[in-house]
Design a protein around this ligand. Structure first.
Ligand code: IPE
Ligand code: IPE
Ligand code: MG
Length: 278
């Protein structure tokens, strides 16, 4: 199914158009998908039901970001610390990941999505690694949305690993200590080649990064919503994006220095939309 051909309501079309026409859409959106367990517990269901429902929101978030022309979407799906969870929950999450890739790869490929992964991939079960590799291989030439799954991912692990490889390259004479710039370090991280995230969304109200993209998030805008991940619908995503579009990113400068050419028009449209959504 080609997503661009799907029909959506007039109101939704308007929201999408105003976001895209703002000229300020994020290039890279990263999401900490949190709150599956609480969503299930609130309903007297086992935690895995929350993960299952959360998978539907992965599908809709990927689709919407792709339709909106976001270039990079990075989803924190399983942290390196999540291995400490009870074995049955970890097993369930791994099987869910496997079935997501099996079930979705055709549609993702048909919609020009390129699948990538960051994290300690060799720690994943062999079957998951195999399916992941084949999904990445199959979609590697796609030039639409780059969907990066952070799996068994930890930012400190990635930084430590990068520094170790750099040190080995210095020892081998491939690199001199003078070459160790910010850019060099960034190029050794698994996120090399991707722009830094512009917007990091975290669901379920937790005000922390939980070891996600610590280096890359230096100037990311943070959007935390109380909404639990299984309830993070398209409307919730629009709210996050509209909030981002309305912000002023200063990167250390003063407001006067970064004030763009008059965007009063798009600002007021977006403010109205944001009001309607909240
Ligand atoms: C996020 O939901 C999914 C993963 C971390 C894999 P949680 O499972 O952390 O849900 P809560 O935080 O317990 O509600
Ligand atoms: C962060 O959620 C990891 C993912 C969303 C995959 P957690 O639920 O594991 O985070 P903490 O432990 O509450 O910080
Ligand atoms: Mg959690």
């Amino acid at each position: 199914m080609t997503w661009s051909k799907e029909s959506i309501s007039v109101q939704e079309q308007q929201v999408q158009l105003s976001l895209m026409n703002s000229g300020r859409m994020p290039k890279h959106v990263a999401v900490i998908m949190d709150g599956n367990g609480r969503w299930a517990e609130e309903r007297g269901k086992p935690r895995f039901e929350g993960h299952r429902e959360g998978m539907e929101r992965v599908r809709s978030t990927v689709k919407t970001c792709s339709k909106l022309g976001v270039s990079y979407l990075t989803l924190y799906a399983f942290s390196i610390e999540n291995w400490k969870r009870p074995v049955p929950e970890v097993r369930f999450l791994m099987s869910l990941l496997e079935s997501y890739l099996v079930r979705e790869v055709d549609e993702l490929d048909a919609n020009n999505v390129r699948i990538c992964a960051i994290g300690k991939i060799n720690a994943l079960p062999k079957a998951v690694q195999k399916i992941l590799q084949s999904a990445m291989e199959r979609t590697k030439k796609n030039d639409g949305l780059t969907l990066t799954l952070a799996l068994s991912y930890g930012s400190r692990w990635d930084i430590q690993r990068a520094v170790q490889v750099m040190a080995m390259d210095v020892r081998r004479g491939k690199l001199s200590p003078e070459d160790l710039t910010e850019q060099t370090l960034a190029s050794y991280l698994q996120t090399s080649g991707m722009p830094d995230p512009d917007l990091i969304i975290r669901t379920s109200g937790e005000m922390r990064l939980s070891n996600f993209l610590l280096w890359e998030a230096a100037y990311a805008e943070l959007y935390v919503t109380e909404t639990l991940w299984p309830e993070f619908t398209e409307q919730e995503l629009y709210k996050g994006l509209a909030s981002y579009v309305l912000r002023e990113r200063r990167f250390g400068k003063t407001s006067a220095q970064v004030q763009p050419e008059s965007q009063a028009q798009s600002r007021s449209t977006l403010e109205r939309i944001l009001d309607a959504l909240t």
